[in-house]
Write a protein that binds this ligand. Structure first.
Ligand SMILES: [Mg+2]
Length: 261
């Protein structure tokens, strides 16, 4: 059990565990996610052209901006609350198929085509060596402070388990996280039962936990699950995430002090 201080202010409840969101909280994933979204737009246009040469040029020209809006692609970045930033791969696939269905494709074909687009994009990114997500500044120090105070750490993310493992492995942080919850676990974020399940695995009640995330959906989920300390992290994206003002927020891990209780 430890007390957390935010910018010197003692937070009311002691905690035995901290649950972290991954993208935009533990790591800056924006360059990778932007490259991924752009690859999906490119392959979607290319594949549609291959499969449907009869489609008018204007239809194809319209698809790019339509998909960019769908994915939350902005000038030089990603909308921190958009589908690419927040949603699972499966939900992104469905939103891609929806954009294709709007062009007149039947749903089975739209889904199949979206799946092919995602596979081609994954292959392209693997080949091109897109920059991997990097830990947010000061994260390593915080994780060590928490470990030193006997506080357990967990990841609760809508990334695939492989993506979570790859990030933690690349930062040499895997052994500091006792529980990982990914998009492959049911229920997934933002269902409050996802938090309850992580707490169960950690052997800590939600009332003895903190949760830190960069999306309102993370913070509302934590509130509903009865998590004691709910914090918004705002420095994981180029553009500050639109977090509700009722949540306490921090923009650098240095702002969070850990005191053994
Ligand atoms: Mg996030």
């Amino acid at each position: 059990m430890a007390q957390l201080l935010l910018r010197g202010e003692l937070l009311r409840y002691g905690v035995s565990a901290v649950l972290f969101d991954k993208d935009g909280t533990l790591c800056r994933s924006e360059p990778m996610l932007l490259a991924l979204a752009q690859a999906r737009v490119f392959h979607c246009r290319q594949l549609l052209q291959e499969r449907h040469p009869e489609l008018a040029h204007e239809v194809l020209a319209d698809l790019g901006p339509r998909l960019e809006a769908t994915y939350g692609v902005e000038e030089n970045g990603i909308h921190p609350a958009g589908t690419t930033a927040v949603a699972s791969r499966e939900h992104n696939l469905i939103s891609t198929a929806t954009a294709l269905a709007q062009l007149g494709l039947g749903w089975p074909e739209a889904l199949e085509l979206a799946a092919e687009v995602f596979e081609r994009s994954d292959r392209l990114l693997a080949r091109d060596g897109t920059p991997a997500p990097r830990a947010t500044p000061g994260l390593h120090e915080l994780i060590h402070r928490l470990g030193g105070a006997g506080v357990a750490c967990a990841v609760i993310s809508n990334d695939e388990r492989q993506g979570i493992e790859a990030f933690l492995g690349s930062e040499n942080l895997r052994s500091h996280f006792q529980v990982l919850r990914s998009a492959g676990d049911a229920p997934r974020k933002p269902h409050p039962d996802a938090v309850i399940a992580v707490c169960g695995e950690l052997g800590v009640a939600p009332g003895g936990c903190a949760l830190i995330g960069d999306a309102n959906s993370d913070l509302v989920m934590a509130e509903r699950a009865g998590v004691a300390v709910v914090l918004g992290y705002s420095a994981g994206w180029r553009r500050r995430p639109p977090l509700a003002s009722r949540f306490r927020q921090l923009s650098h891990w240095q702002e969070l002090e850990v005191v053994s209780a």
